[in-house]
Design a protein around this ligand. Structure first.
Ligand SMILES: Cc1cc2nc3c(=O)[nH]c(=O)nc-3n(C[C@H](O)[C@H](O)[C@H](O)COP(=O)(O)OP(=O)(O)OC[C@H]3O[C@@H](n4cnc5c(N)ncnc54)[C@H](O)[C@@H]3O)c2cc1C
Length: 466
């Protein structure tokens, strides 16, 4: 090691390169910038080296290298939820682990740690099956699932983390294990929420549901009518069964030439929904929310499983995203007023959303460390905030909105929704886990990663040991 910078020597890196089928890059290599890049451009990370694994064996070799040299390790696929810059460590990128195998008999999919939902849906749809997918087809399945996974079927089928059947993981000591609730109950419990604190996952085995008939999409109303639209939505969600998962958001559509004229540069209030029912029943359930005066656009329709990625229009291209989320008791008049207020005047928030929780989300689910939502709604803000001074006014406005929300907060968000606004202090991170899970997480972290080398992502704090 060259101790001043704690970087591996070039000869060491060459030795690693000789064992790896994928790519290895340090700052001296031309591929370094592409391999270290996150989807969230806020995180301009500078790892000592990046290993882009082409196989599980590559991950084992990378972690053995890190173990022998005492390097800290980060694991990412897309960088949608990077949360910390992996500075000075070894960054394992899993984006090339794209294998997806579906076993229709057991309704299970084995999904490589580089797959996004858009890679998985074409494999499961022909079998009449569906995974517990979220709003964006572009997020990594492993990061989404192990950090909670709130999706289109959540009110009926719960969090995606509850669909995990087995986890193929390389531990910090570079041993590879297939972890199930029977074979390794502690690790199975801890990985489903603790994720990269306990190793680098190379594949997940997930339970699939029988694909239901689906109907939904988005209906948009003028932002000027936000107050009435939000009030009507609050009344409507109080009546719907668990088959209806939905959200309402105030969306500021950018004035870009690629956006069609009726939407370009407009502020709209959008209700998005995914209903598990035949079209006639679904349209009956959705009727109240599609009849709130003249819509700007009504894009509700039958949805194929393969088209689940298009139910809402999440951003695709990399961006400097800053977000904040918390759970509130429900869409109370006070929370309605906060949401409607974001449609007024010039404000820097790209999207302010309330997702309807409840249903299966309010039930216990499979035993694991993640805190089940303490209320009926998730308040979630997402916006574009350039790093450094240029983004400071946006972050200040976001902090203001988070402060105004604070009196209504009843619990923290899922680990997947922790956001980028505030540093992930142990106190903030702890809000995403059940209080009684914290000492067990800390004890297991100490057992499986005693040197705390997997300290990026959402790091478990030893102070939780109590
Ligand atoms: C546009 C957008 C839409 C979203 N929609 C939803 C949604 O509908 N529901 C929801 O619940 N969340 C949603 N999220 C949040 C998203 O699920 C998290 O950001 C998730 O962590 C992304 O995973 P990733 O692998 O793509 O990101 P990465 O940044 O690559 O990984 C994030 C973290 O996941 C863990 N991780 C990733 N790969 C591995 C691995 N192989 N082994 C161990 N740990 C690993 C690590 O802790 C890592 O730090 C959304 C995010 C964005 C940006």
């Amino acid at each position: 090691m060259s101790s001043a910078l704690n970087l591996p020597e070039a000869a060491d890196v060459d030795a690693l390169r000789a064992q790896i089928a994928g790519a290895v890059a340090t700052a001296a290599d031309p591929g370094y910038d592409a391999l270290r890049a996150s989807w969230n451009l806020t995180f301009d990370q500078r790892p000592a080296l990046v290993v882009e694994a082409a196989s599980a064996d590559d991950v084992v070799a990378a972690l053995a290298f890190a173990r022998d040299r005492g390097l800290a390790v980060a694991v990412q696929s897309t960088g949608h939820g990077a949360a910390h810059t992996a500075d000075g460590g070894l960054l394992v990128r899993t984006g090339r682990l794209l294998d997806v195998e579906v076993d229709p008999a057991t309704r299970t999919a084995r999904i490589g740690a580089g797959a996004r939902w858009s890679d998985v849906l074409p494999h499961v749809a022909p079998h009449g099956l569906a995974p517990l997918v979220g709003s964006s087809p572009n997020v990594g399945v492993v990061g989404y699932t192990l950090l909670g996974g709130l999706g289109h079927f959540s009110r009926k089928h719960g969090l995606a983390v509850d669909s995990v059947r087995a986890i193929d993981v390389v531990l910090p000591d570079a041993t590879r294990l297939r972890v199930t609730s029977e074979s390794e109950p502690d690790l199975f419990w801890a990985l489903r929420g603790g994720a990269s604190n306990f190793g680098a996952v190379v594949a997940l085995e997930l339970a699939l549901i029988e694909a239901p008939a689906l109907f939904g999409g988005m209906v948009m109303y003028p932002g000027e009518r936000a107050t009435e639209t939000i009030a009507a939505y609050a009344d409507w969600i109080a009546t719907v069964p668990e088959e209806v998962s939905s959200a309402i958001c105030v969306l500021r559509i950018p004035p870009l030439p690629i956006v069609p004229e009726p939407l370009r540069g407009r502020t709209v209030t959008v209700v998005s929904a995914c209903v598990e029912a035949d079209p006639a029943r679904a349209q009956e359930l959705l009727a109240p929310i599609r009849a709130l005066g003249e819509p700007v656009a009504d894009m509700m329709r039958p949805i194929e499983i393969g088209g689940l990625g298009e139910v809402v229009m999440d951003p695709v291209d990399p961006m400097p995203a800053a977000g904040h989320s918390d759970v509130v008791a429900g869409l109370t008049p006070e929370v309605q007023a906060l949401l409607a207020g974001t449609a007024v005047g010039e404000q820097p928030f790209s999207m302010v959303e309330v997702r309807h929780l409840g249903g299966a989300l309010a039930r216990a689910g499979v035993d694991g460390p993640i805190a089940r939502p303490a209320g009926d709604a998730l308040f979630h803000v997402e916006t574009v905030a350039p790093p450094g001074p240029a983004g400071e006014p946006v972050r200040a406005a976001l902090r203001g909105l988070a402060d105004a929300l604070a009196p209504h907060v009843v619990g923290g968000p899922l680990p997947s929704f922790l956001g980028e606004l505030e540093p992930l202090t142990p106190a903030r991170l702890a809000q995403a886990y059940a209080p009684e899970a914290l000492p067990r997480l800390a004890a297991l972290k100490h057992r499986y990663d005693p040197d705390d080398r997997f300290r990026f992502g959402r790091p478990i704090a030893q102070e939780w040991a109590g």
